[in-house]
Design a protein around this ligand. Structure first.
Ligand code: GLY
Length: 307
């Protein structure tokens, strides 16, 4: 069995165009699976980084200074390999830089200027990921702040709606692997790093399971939520039970909203959230699982089906 699962981030729209991008992304990953789990993950997330609809790559939110700073990570369960870039600027595809770090060095996290330097030295050209939509939203938010008002924009998206960190899980029949990529959250302090490159916080993979998270990064880091999901599955829980337990724990410990997706080595998947939206697409042996939907633990927050 081969499984690819992708999520488009907490509070990301479920409009057709967003779901189509997610489906196109997993199909691209499926085409790459013959070359390996990690190339498949990269292919999925590159599609989303190249789309302005998601909070990563060209759709990234802006920090307090109006700049894009992104985090991305890959973890491969069977080989225990992990690599991440943090607060990286001016590259189109941070997850590809993370893959390069994974495959060509023994170091696991590169941040800021060092990550940019590494990217340039390995052939990643300069790219301005600032979208017009995000820049307009940033000006509005700064204007609100200057008037002593709380910006109306969604924390994760910078916009009135749509998206946080995107993530992907792959089971190729031999091993589990996970990757995420993100612009972080709107108006974050320059240099702030979230849970995406925090192994055990917002991402994890082992021989048993693989997990990706979306939501307020600090809460996931402080509670080691992704590692908690792995422990629950290792102790016998179904991934669906594990992600729901992890979200309840996160809400109890930190009062935080989030979305979590996990896959185990038996090909069982779980996905849950406690906010407005959490779009997920699962591809099994090349077929989209139309019957799979993430469980909303706070259905009273759910927005209209599409948005
Ligand atoms: N989940 C995005 C972040 O907090 O960085």
């Amino acid at each position: 069995m081969q499984i690819l699962a992708v999520h488009g981030g907490l509070d990301t729209s479920r409009e057709r165009s967003f779901m189509d991008d997610l489906e196109a992304a997993v199909r691209k990953g499926f085409q790459m699976l013959a070359t390996g789990r990690v190339p498949a993950l990269e292919a999925v997330l590159n599609v989303l980084e190249d789309s302005p609809r998601f909070n990563c790559g060209f759709g990234s939110v802006l920090n307090l200074d109006g700049k894009v700073e992104m985090d991305a990570a890959i973890v491969d369960g069977p080989t225990h390999r992990f690599a991440a870039v943090a607060a990286i600027r001016a590259v189109a595809n941070p997850v590809s830089v993370a893959r390069k770090l994974l495959e060509e060095t023994k170091q696991v996290i590169l941040a800021g200027e060092g990550a940019v330097k590494f990217a340039r030295e390995h052939g990643f050209p300069e790219a301005d990921c600032t979208s017009r939509q995000q820049l307009e939203a940033w000006h509005k938010a700064k204007d609100s702040l200057a008037r002593g008002k709380t910006p109306a924009q969604n924390l994760y998206t910078g916009l009135e709606y749509h998206g946080d960190t995107v993530g992907c899980l792959v089971w190729d029949g031999q091993g589990l692997t996970a990757a995420s990529t993100t612009g972080g959250y709107s108006l974050k302090l320059p240099g702030r790093v979230g849970d995406t490159p925090s192994l055990g916080g917002g991402i994890y993979a082992s021989r048993t399971s693989a997990t990706v998270c979306t939501g307020l990064g600090e809460a996931f880091i402080e509670t080691l939520t992704a590692k908690y999901v792995d422990e629950q599955i290792a102790a016998g829980a179904h991934p669906q039970e594990a992600v729901e337990a992890a979200l309840r724990r996160l809400a109890g410990l930190k009062g935080a909203e989030g979305g979590i997706m996990a896959l185990d080595a038996r090909g069982r998947i779980g996905a849950a959230f406690n906010a407005g939206r959490f779009p997920v697409v699962v591809l099994v042996n090349g077929e989209v699982r139309k019957d799979f939907q993430p469980v909303n633990l706070r259905p009273e927050l759910a927005t209209t089906p599409a948005r």
